[in-house]
Design a protein around this ligand. Structure first.
Ligand code: NDP
Length: 280
């Protein structure tokens, strides 16, 4: 492998430790409500990791574990209570939600000041308007990783593969804000290989193991793999064909231990930011 790895875990841990120190110094008592509906095993793991991060950063976590039979009305009633609770500065609703609940309706019901995932149209709009407030955690974490590795996107050609509301779109907006020239690819994109081959920075957020082929990567490029998939061997893997890509790239993120821990660290960062804003 010739690429250097951009590890997310140690960077995430250092952010959590710094948040803890800042919270203690400022006498802040940030609180995060973590809402889990149903019994999806992957979601349970994510929620557990988020609660652990709360402990490390000294953020209070309030757990709401609801059965899969929960109705949209019941969930919206809980959101209304959390919106009104002064001890709660951030509200996290773990996706996926059961099929009968409209995820967008739930996100829009969250007070944008408590939308620490950064998914509310208000916060996405603020990012689009070059006024980022609570920023979507995964793209925010990716930007922190680039900064940490000393990679300035300004003037670079960036390709984002994936255009979802929670990753691909806000990722493109973050890169644009950092003055990259951004191409966003999705399932209707033609000749994806040539788009990726032109990129100085590639961000893959598709949700398909090894989907971005290593031979597409421009030599010396930076490759950020957001994907978290279960491979045929049962192990976690990303969206990028890591073995080949890491021979060509200058920088690459591993899966696991790359973007995942940074997403959680940015959730904590946003919760502290929301708590500070509430105190003003
Ligand atoms: P979605 O399924 O919501 O979006 C996938 C995107 O990939 C869509 O925009 C889709 O296009 C695009 N896509 C699908 N097929 C193709 C194709 N053949 N060519 C080009 N683009 C394609 O997924 P998410 O954005 O929620 O998640 C993506 C991955 O990131 C998943 O593995 C998920 O687990 C992971 N993830 C990781 C996080 C982390 O912290 N590391 C956080 C969040 C997600 P279209 O819009 O046209 O449908």
């Amino acid at each position: 492998m010739s690429a250097q790895l951009i590890h997310g875990k140690p960077l995430a841990d250092s952010i959590l430790d710094r948040l803890r120190a800042e919270i203690e110094q400022e006498g802040l008592r940030p609180g995060l409500a973590v809402v889990l509906v149903g019994d999806d095993p992957a979601s349970a793991v994510y929620v557990r990791n988020k609660k652990r991060a709360c402990e490390r950063a000294a953020i209070a976590s309030f757990s709401h574990e609801l059965p899969a039979s929960t109705t949209q009305g019941e969930l919206l009633a809980l959101i209304a209570r959390l919106n009104a609770d002064p001890a709660v500065h951030g509200i996290l609703v773990q996706s996926p939600l059961p099929a009968l609940i409209d995820f967008e309706a739930v996100i829009e019901a969250i007070d944008p000041r408590k939308d620490v995932d950064g998914f509310h149209p208000y916060n996405l709009g603020r990012l689009a308007a070059k006024l980022p407030t609570l920023r979507a955690c995964t793209p925010y974490g990716v930007m922190r990783m680039l900064e940490h590795a000393g990679i300035d996107p300004s003037g670079r050609d960036a390709v984002v593969v994936g255009a979802s509301t929670i990753v691909g779109r806000p990722m493109a907006l973050e890169l644009l804000l950092a003055r990259a020239t951004v191409t966003v690819c999705h399932s209707r994109t033609r000749d994806l290989a040539s788009k990726v081959a032109g990129a100085d920075i590639v961000v893959a957020a598709v949700g398909k193991p090894g989907f971005v082929k290593g031979e597409w990567i421009k030599p010396g490029a930076t490759v950020i793999d957001v994907g978290i998939n279960r491979g045929a061997d049962g192990k976690l893997c990303g969206d990028v064909e890591f073995d080949v890509a890491s021979q060509r790239a200058a920088w690459i993120t591993p899966v696991p231990g790359g973007v995942g821990p940074m997403t959680i660290a940015m959730l904590m960062q946003n919760t502290v930011q929301a708590a500070r804003a509430a105190r003003r």
